[in-house]
Each structure stands twice: as structure tokens, then as C-alpha cells.
Design a protein around this ligand. Structure first.
Ligand code: NAD
Ligand code: USQ
Length: 383
């Protein structure tokens, strides 16, 4: 298949493009390098050094013999999006290209507006390009488990049968997200479901959990193929951050009591889930939703797991939670769709955690400690 990966310079987009190319798909990448600009803005950066996208693509050609066309531009530029879709003629578009950090979206009004504008309008431009140029294109869109929030009932895969006052219907599962970023994903999901109804679009919305890990079979083949690893309090995600803090000899920063529970998955499963979605397209008019996670852990459990695995003393601190989220709650998620397509999950193991220690050790001098503790507070707009 011909697959266009939007956000192909990012933490997940780059290893996914490599995996798809390695599996024989004609793969192209598109990015506007917004992510590298947030690094400059925040005075932060990837813990592991990463090459420019041009160098990465060239390195992949040397390692695999495969070409990977590269398109540099912004999804907010509709003419650019239409030109790329006409030129590359994808069968599938995998859409990772959004501002993805909840804390970034909660810095202030400007960052909230930027996040929702970038994400919602970029996605609308992609939807229109598909509808007007070739409605056969399958859109594989990265959503997030955080769209659902933490309701006191089981979380279904996108849809729920509701009986109300004696009548029944199949409805989109109700959403209660916890940041303006997570809300942008809810808006995208609703827009795409509408596109499936009015244009007969075929779409897969992947409500992905928190990803951990840094290495895939393809990125391991050459150091120039490495993907980024974020440690800072804005872009770093919880398990990666705890592993990095352990190696640095810093306390693990559990927000609140740590009773908040999240769905998680290994980066090697992310790339495989995308392949499965790409190779098994949704039907025309179908808004298909998968919950892309393999296991659930509370934040406290994640901290204890890292502390037990690290070969040295580790302190676990409980900070005042800068976010607005339930401290303890019910969490039971249905996630069978991708397993039914053939996913064989890598469950979290000591070996995965241990494999990250030397990567962090080698690069720990790159950490800007000022960015380790959380500074963005959800409630600050009220003060
Ligand atoms: P990332 O920030 O590393 O990558 C996103 C890429 O998209 C960046 O390279 C950025 O430059 C690009 N981009 C952003 N806006 C763009 C625009 N308007 N035009 C062109 N390119 C643009 O993020 P990631 O961690 O790789 O996440 C990728 C996707 O997966 C996101 O949509 C995110 O919401 C979702 N996701 C990530 C995680 C996670 O744990 N990292 C978990 C669940 C879902
Ligand atoms: N947390 C801590 N300490 C930390 C960092 C995080 O206790 O040092 C807690 C947070 O309070 C939260 C949980 O860990 O309860 C997860 O936080 P996170 O920063 O790892 O993840 P989140 O903000 O939810 O966002 C990440 C990605 C986002 C993706 C989302 C998937 O950045 O792109 O959408 O994971 S999900 O959580 O399923 O919505």
C-alpha cells in the first residue's frame, strides 16, 4: 500500500514510518517541525540526540535500500495538503501530526487556542482533501484514551448501546477529557465520524494510551534512526520520566497520591497497531474505533515498578497534583479490537525498563534539570 505518515518526524510517527516501510509499504513522511520548535520555546529537547528528518530518511535508504519521500509543510496550509495528497496518491493516511502535550495546552489561553486550532483545523484540512480528491483513502487517526476520561462505568471501544426511556440507539461513547489538548482529540473524533456519515469516509480512530519505550526493531539498526525521548514535565510521559528520574538519582514525581490509572503500551506495539489498522481498512462510511492500549497501571504502581527494577536507591515523592484529575477511580477498558486483528502485546516487563537504563545513562548530561518539575497548573486561569 501507499501510506502517507503525517507527523513523521515525531516520537511515534518516525518509528511507525520505518516499520511500515520495512513491511513493504510505499511510505512517505510529512511534518512542519513544530515539535522541534516547542523544544526551543521550552528550552528542552530529546534526551537521545535525533537527526534532522532529511538525514533520517537518507540513513533509512542506506540501511534498507528504500526511498521515503519527504514533504515539509503545515497541515494548516490546505493547498499544501491537497498538493501532497494529489502527488503521493496514498491509499492510507496515518495522522499523528498534532500538538500532543496536555500541559502545553494548559500553559495559557494562547497555548490552548494554538493546540485546538492546530489540531482541529489541520485534521479538517486532511478530511476535506480525502473527501475531494479520493474518498477511498483510509484515514488512520491517532486519538487518545484520555478522550473518555475516567467514567465510573466500563469504557467501550468508541461506541455504546444506550437504552433511554424505553428506546435504544448506538451512540458515540460519552467523553469527559481532562485538558484542552485531550478535548481537541474529542473534537477531531466527532468531525471524523460526521465525515464518515456525510461523505462515506473510511476512518479508524485509535484511542491510544500513554506510550513508553524508545527503541523499535528498525530504529535499532542505525543510531541516525533513533526516535526522540522526552523527559521534561511538559512533553515527557509518565513511565519514561520515572525511568529517567531514577537514573538521574532524582525522586520520582508522582502527582498526588498516584491513584490515577491510565492505559499504557510499548512503542513496539504502537507501530504494530498502526500496521494492523493500515492493512485491515475500515469500510466506506465506517467510523471504526480501537482502544490502543495493552495494560492499565496506576501512577503509584508505575513508580513502584521502576523503583523495584532500578539497581540502586530510588525515592518516590508525592507532589501536589498540578492537574485536575480524579485521585482514585474505577477504570475498566475494553480493548479487544486490535487483538482480534492479530496484535500480540509486549506487556510491561523488567527487561523493557532495564533496557532504557543504559540509554538514559549515556545521555543524562543532556537533561536540563529546570524542566524536570511541573510548572503548568490546570487551575491557574482561575487565580
Ligand atoms: P510528537 O509531538 O513527537 O509528534 C507529532 C509530530 O507532528 C511532530 O513532529 C510535529 O512537528 C508534527 N506536527 C504537529 N502539528 C503539525 C502541523 N500542523 N503540520 C505538520 N506537522 C505537524 O508526538 P507523538 O508522541 O509522536 O504523538 C503522535 C500522535 O500520537 C499525536 O497525535 C498524539 O496525540 C498521539 N498520542 C501520543 C501518545 C504518547 O504517549 N506519545 C499517546 C497517545 C496518543
Ligand atoms: N504523572 C505523574 N507524574 C509525572 C508525569 C505524569 O504523576 O511526572 C501522571 C499524570 O498526572 C497523569 C498520568 O501520569 O495522571 C499520565 O500523564 P502523562 O503526562 O504521562 O500523559 P498524558 O498527559 O495523559 O498524555 C500522554 C501523551 C498524550 C496522549 C496521552 C494518552 O502526551 O499525547 O494522548 O498520554 S492518555 O493518557 O491515554 O490520554
Amino acid at each position: 500500500m501507499r501510506v502517507l505518515v503525517l507527523g513523521g518526524d515525531g516520537y511515534l510517527g518516525w518509528p511507525t514510518a520505518l516499520h511500515l516501510s520495512d513491511c513493504g509499504h510505499e511510505t512517505a513522511v510529512l511534518d512542519n517541525f513544530a515539535r522541534r520548535k516547542y523544544d526551543e520555546e521550552l528550552g528542552s529537547g530529546s534526551l537521545v540526540p535525533i537527526e534532522d528528518l532529511e538525514v533520517r530518511v537518507q540513513a533509512w535508504k542506506e540501511v534498507s535500500g528504500k526511498e521515503m519521500p519527504l514533504y515539509v509543510g503545515d497541515l494548516l496550509d490546505a493547498d499544501f495538503v491537497y498538493r501532497v495528497v494529489r502527488e503521493f496518491r496514498p491509499d492510507t493516511i496515518v495522522h499523528f501530526a498534532e500538538q500532543r502535550a496536555a500541559p502545553y495546552s494548559m500553559i495559557d489561553r494562547e497555548h490552548a487556542v494554538y493546540t485546538q486550532h492546530n489540531n482541529v483545523i489541520g485534521n479538517l484540512n486532511v478530511m476535506y482533501a480525502i473527501a475531494e480528491i479520493n474518498p477511498e483513502i483510509h484515514l488512520v487517526k491517532l486519538g487518545t484514551m484520555g478522550e473518555y476520561g475516567t467514567p465510573n462505568i466500563d469504557i467501550e471501544e468508541g461506541w455504546i448501546e444506550i437504552e433511554h426511556n424505553g428506546r435504544k440507539d448506538r451512540m458515540l461513547y460519552p467523553k469527559k477529557p481532562g485538558s484542552f489538548y485531550h478535548l481537541s482529540k474529542v473534537h477531531d473524533s466527532h468531525n471524523i465520524e460526521f465525515g464518515c456519515r456525510i461523505w462515506g469516509m473510511r476512518a479508524t480512530d485509535l484511542n491510544q494510551g500513554v506510550v513508553y519505550g524508545q527503541t523499535t526493531a528498525q530504529t535499532a539498526r542505525d543510531s541516525r534512526l533513533a526516535t526522540r525521548l522526552d523527559y521534561d514535565a511538559v512533553f515527557g510521559t509518565v513511565l519514561n520520566r520515572f525511568i529517567i528520574q531514577a537514573v538521574l538519582g532524582q525522586p520520582l514525581t508522582v502527582y498526588g497520591k498516584g491513584g490515577q490509572t491510565r492505559g499504557m503500551l510499548d512503542i513496539r506495539d504502537t507501530v504494530e497497531c498502526i500496521r494492523l489498522a493500515v492493512e485491515n481498512p475500515a469500510d466506506r462510511g465506517e467510523f471504526r474505533v480501537f482502544n490502543q492500549m495493552t495494560e492499565s497501571f496506576s501512577v503509584q504502581q508505575v513508580a513502584e515498578l521502576v523503583a523495584e527494577t532500578f539497581p540502586g536507591p530510588v525515592q518516590i515523592d508525592h507532589l501536589e497534583n498540578p492537574r485536575w484529575e480524579l485521585a482514585e477511580h474505577y477504570y475498566n477498558v475494553k480493548h479487544t479490537g486490535l487483538v482480534e486483528l492479530g496484535l500480540k502485546p509486549h506487556l510491561l516487563s523488567d527487561t523493557l525498563i532495564e533496557s532504557l537504563f543504559p540509554i538514559v545513562e549515556e545521555n543524562k548530561h543532556r537533561v536540563n534539570m529546570e524542566n524536570m518539575l511541573p510548572k503548568v497548573k490546570w487551575a491557574s486561569a482561575k487565580n
